[in-house]
Design a protein around this ligand. Structure first.
Ligand code: ADP
Ligand code: ZN
Length: 731
């Protein structure tokens, strides 16, 4: 990539540069650089666009031929470090790979507009050597707090002292305090790699040594493949420490950052302070500071959700992707990308290592490790001699639940004994709400979402019917809208709320909680509940996949899987892998502190290979079989896949457009197009959806093929929209 040409133009214009704007455009627009503005590739600038002013990045591409008459000038260059060259190459790469407009990828790197301007120093106060004319207890508190010599903001000091700001202002008037400028503080202090060195087991030490040893490869990818509780976090912390010692920044990606306060605490115990956080739930002001300080290098470690990959790090030296198999790393909106895969690319461009960690690695990562592309690091045992839970199947055909219930006698018995012993039980069911299907007992009317092809789910705690796809809610009607019968609803099948009801009937004394993502009170409440579980303040937890991920519950000794077969039935080739990962993660919550623990899986298919693989602990056979099947069908990673989703407000428009795209497919020996067919969710938010699958050999150039389809196919008109998903989650 070459740097932008500098062309002298008019008296006041020193150059023309391309500027990438955060819009769905395929290329950068040209702007003139006035004399008083200094820019270089990567500079963040403000430019006029129609009647608006927008922020963009000075890009590396050639400038386009623009009529000098129409050329407009950059308004200003922000006082902010330029987006590094590596990062610009990464953004270009992501756009090319995902077939997204580069402007939309650049947009992900410009997510904190106010951060482009440096923070103004805050006004603060500092104690002088004057004493007040008259001492009061309020004044005394303020003065003794401020005696530490640090600077305080007026309101901060008043709040800390528990007095009103007027007390501080009164002291200012008497010159007991003076006003000073407080420079902006770093978001977090620097983590100290020597703060508390761990005491690693020999296995863990060997793993940590392998991660930190000098490599031939400048950008090695490690796959830490270790059972739940083996200490993967402790081990990769050593690589984090080593990178900090080398003066470089670290990014740790987590699938559910909003729920991982426990992770932040652990980081603090090892490094003496928390890492900076980045996810959709942090306050805007904090977002801006994190964005800016990642760019200035003031932040050393960021723990974040997938979007943290687009932070403008100054000097990134390591990316860790924890729970690398997790589907939360896939973004399916605007730019479709998998953050795990893009992390490897980002590291490759920056020539630094990536660490992927999981107890149940994705088939893709396993194959990459088998082929020597990734270095596999095994941690086969739990730390400190803790045993994995003892897993058993409950054959629901032989041990059916009582009428109207979903919990079999052996499972209820085990829950009872666990609670009696003062330990914790988890009942896992990956279904929110009361029941997956609600109908009228008289006429059979089913409640359907008005804008999706989905049934509404009854949420009894809220007395609502909800669509889990678009968020539509309506109150539960008193009478059936079809036949008018009162008190008419029958629930079909269980959701977590219904299991909670059954648990309450059997164990009225037990302290029970339901954990799911739609819980009232949001993330804050969820964090509190998770802490309560950790402290043993809860006897029975009923939860969805929220509880599966990475938590440490020391008192938990029983995990009951209410429906192990759920998820196996859908036709997706990844169903087996996903179910295996989810159930292994959930059962892995038990017995983490060395107590004897067990897992009970309720199933109607005890001989299903996935169910067998989980109970027997014979992981290798399961992976071998899955990998074999993928290889035979040339499915990823042995072949390549792309999905084109065509949606429109009217079904015929969507279908016609999808057919048009199919006709535009070029001839290629190693690529075929399947469909169009109705997408797995045929209607979402009032849009009808058709899907084309493009399946190619491993070496095939899917991107060029798909680009040609789009180019030669019909122009999307009216409400028609086409989304491209390279490496889709389901196919
Ligand atoms: P994983 O991520 O592999 O499931 P963790 O890293 O969460 O495992 O470790 C499981 C538990 O064991 C945690 O509570 C952790 O603090 C503890 N642990 C692991 N290794 C060590 C160690 N070397 N010293 C002390 N505690 C450890
Ligand atoms: Zn809906």
């Amino acid at each position: 990539m070459k740097d932008s040409p500098l062309l002298p133009l008019t008296d006041r214009t020193v150059a023309i540069v391309p500027v990438m704007l955060p819009l769905p455009t395929m290329q950068a627009y040209s702007y003139a650089v006035p004399e008083e503005v200094q820019v270089q590739p990567g500079s963040i600038v403000q430019v006029p666009l129609g009647p608006r002013q927008v922020a963009g990045i000075v890009w590396d591409s050639e400038t386009d031929d623009v009529d000098p008459e129409k050329l407009r000038s950059i308004t200003l260059a922000f006082d902010c470090p330029p987006i590094a060259r590596e990062m610009r190459r990464f953004l270009d790469w992501v756009a090319t790979y995902t077939l997204s407009p580069p402007g939309m990828v650049a947009r992900m790197a410009l997510r904190a507009p106010a951060a482009f301007e440096p923070e103004a120093p805050a006004e603060g106060v500092r104690l002088t050597d004057r004493r007040p004319e008259r001492m009061t207890s309020a004044r005394d508190r303020v003065i003794s707090l401020a005696a530490d010599g640090f600077s305080w903001t007026r309101s901060g000091l008043a709040r800390a002292a528990g007095v009103s700001v007027s007390v501080v202002d009164g002291l200012l008037k008497q010159d007991v305090f003076e006003t000073i400028q407080i420079p902006p503080q770093p978001v977090v202090p620097y983590p100290d790699p020597e703060f508390r060195l761990p005491d690693l087991s020999p296995d863990q030490q060997a793993a940590a040594d392998a991660l930190t040893a000098p490599q031939d490869n400048s950008a090695p990818v490690f796959l830490i493949d270790g059972v739940t509780g083996s200490g993967k976090t402790e081990v990769y912390f050593e690589a984090v420490a080593e990178t900090i010692r080398a003066g470089r920044q670290v990014l740790i990606l987590l699938p559910e950052i909003a729920l991982t306060s426990a992770f932040l605490d652990r980081f603090e115990r090892r490094f003496g302070c928390k890492p900076a956080e980045w996810h959709s739930d942090i306050a805007p002001r904090m977002r801006e500071r994190v964005w800016r300080q990642a760019a200035t290098g003031d932040i050393r470690v960021v723990a974040g959700a997938r979007s943290a990959l687009f932070l403008p790090f100054d000097n990134l030296g390591l990316i860790v992707v924890d729970e690398e198999h997790d589907s939360a790393y896939k973004q399916e909106d605007r730019v479709f990308y998998n953050a795990r895969d893009m992390a490897v690319v980002r590291a490759h461009i920056g020539r630094f290592p990536t660490i992927l960690a999981s107890a149940t690695p994705s088939i893709e990562s396993c194959v990459n490790a088998d082929h020597g592309k990734y270095r596999r690091i095994h941690l086969p045992e739990r730390f400190g001699g803790a045993a994995l839970p003892d897993l058993k199947l409950i054959d629901m055909r032989r041990d059916p639940p009582a009428r109207g219930g979903f919990l079999s006698p052996p499972l209820l018995d085990a829950v009872g004994k666990t609670v009696e012993a003062g330990e914790q039980a988890l009942l896992f069911l990956n279904r929110r709400g009361y029941a997956p299907l609600t109908l009228c007992r008289v006429c059979g009317h089913r409640f359907q979402c008005p804008s999706c092809s989905a049934w509404l789910v009854e949420h009894r705690f809220r007395n609502q019917l909800q669509c889990h796809h678009c968020g539509h809610t309506e109150p539960v009607p008193e009478a059936c809208p079809e036949c008018g019968t009162l008190d008419h609803l029958v629930a079909c099948g269980p959701g977590v709320e219904r299991i909670a009801e059954e648990v309450d009937r059997h164990f009225p004394e037990a302290r029970t909680i339901v954990l799911s993502s739609d819980m009232m009170g949001g993330v804050r409440r969820l964090r509190l509940e998770l802490e309560a579980i950790e402290k043993g303040e809860v006897d029975i937890v009923i939860g969805t996949q929220l509880v599966a991920k990475g938590h440490n519950f020391p008192m938990m000794t029983l995990v009951g899987i209410v429906d192990a077969d759920l998820g196996l039935a859908n036709g997706d080739p990844r169903a087996a892998e996903r179910t295996f990962q989810l159930l292994s993660q959930v059962t892995g919550r038990a017995g983490r502190s060395g107590r004897r623990s067990r897992g009970l899986l309720q199933t109607y298919q005890p001989y299903h290979p996935v169910i067998q693989a989980i109970v027997s602990g014979d992981r290798e056979t399961f992976y071998d079989r899955e990998i074999d099947e993928r290889e035979r069908a040339k499915l990823p990673p042995f072949g390549r896949m792309a999905a084109l989703i065509v949606s429109a407000a009217d079904r015929p428009d969507a279908e016609a457009h999808a057919r048009g795209l199919r006709r535009a497919a070029p001839a290629a020996r190693d690529i075929q197009v399947l469909g169009p067919a109705e997408a797995p969710m045929a209607l979402i938010r009032g849009r009808y959806r058709y899907r084309l699958l493009v399946h190619g050999s491993r070496q095939s150039d899917l991107q060029s093929f798909v680009a040609k389809m789009i180019e030669d196919g019909p122009r999307p008109r009216g409400s028609v929209r086409v989304q491209i998903d390279i490496d889709p989650q389901s196919f």
